[in-house]
Every structure is written in structure tokens, then in C-alpha cells.
Design a protein around this ligand. Sequence first.
Ligand code: S3P
Length: 197
Amino acid sequence: MIIQRLNSPKFVNCFSISMLKEFTNTNIVILLGYMGCGKSTVGAALAQKFNLLFEDLDDRIATAYDGSIPDLFLEKGEKGFRQIEHDLLLETLADRSPRVISLGGGTPCYHNNMEHILQATPHVFYLEGSPAELATRLFPFKSGRPLISHVKDQDELRLFVAKHLFERKTFYMQANHSISVDGKSVDELVLSIAELL
Ligand code: S3P
């Protein structure tokens, strides 16, 4: 009988551990990917759809340091920024409340961040954009992004993104799911993610 099985000490142990694992793991969704892939926009829309909270790691960093990300880059340098990003990522992941979290484009690629990300939840999504699409989206907003603010035109940006993406892809590809964003609307992307949850 199921009750007897549940009451056997061995079964109680493994049953409760797996239940706990399921409970703590299933309700956090993490979106990652290169700048301009839509992590924040899609994350906010996804959270709204599921009536979940939404958290953006860059916003958490900016709030904690009471300044913008470009200012933080200027003040601390990239190395200092990556340390802050790592510390606040760990703080974020320690909070187990159900929500959608969007990371910064570089978050998975520094320290051992990707290990922590993958341990936090099985719902890690890479929003994959082509260099051409990302360059088109990013060019008008490049001044707010320290890593690409120096780039002169869209062609140069496309080449920069292609090379940078190549270096980062090993990290991004470790996500549980990859979803192509080229030519897709926010609603379509939310639906694709929802189907995989
Ligand atoms: C960065 C991406 C940015 C921000 C910082 C560094 C990166 O976030 O964290 O400028 O290294 O790709 P978004 O991807 O949200 O623009």
C-alpha cells in the first residue's frame, strides 16, 4: 500500500528529498544571452504572464551601488564590475522565491557564475541572437553599454559581436534550453519559453 511505502523510513527520506528538490528548483526561471537579445523585455513579459516577480541583475547592481552600469565600469573597471556582478549574483540566487531573473550579457562568462546558475534551477534559457540581428538592435543604444560604446558603425559592431559571441558561446550553450530570437516577437518568445517550462 502506498501509505505503508511512504511510512517506511527509507522511502520517506528519498520521497521528501525529491519533493523538496522539485519545490525549490522549479519556480525560478533564468534568462541569459548576449546584450540586445531581449533578456529584460522577455523576462518582464514572462513574469507578467505567470504572475511571478521579475528581477534584473543589472538593476540590482545599479541599485546596490546607487549608479548606472557605465558609471560603475568607469569607477571600478571591468574587473571590479565582474566581482560586484558575481557577489550580487550569489545573493540573488540565494533567494529561492519564485521569479524570473534576467542576467547581464557577461554574467555567465566570469568567475564560476555558470555553475551557480545551473545549480539554482533547471530552467535556464539562452536567448540566442545572430550577430547581424544583435548589431542592428544594439547600435542605437551602444552609448549606454560600456563594452560597445567605442564602436563607430553597424558593420564594425557586427564584427565585434560575432567575435565576442564566439568567445562567450561555450558558456551560453550550457543553458538548459536555447531559443533563437531572430525575427521573433516578445509574445512568441514568451510562448516558446512557456512551452518548455
Ligand atoms: C554586459 C552586458 C550588460 C551589462 C554590462 C556588461 C556584457 O547587460 O551587464 O554592460 O558584458 O555583456 P545587458 O546584457 O543587459 O545589456
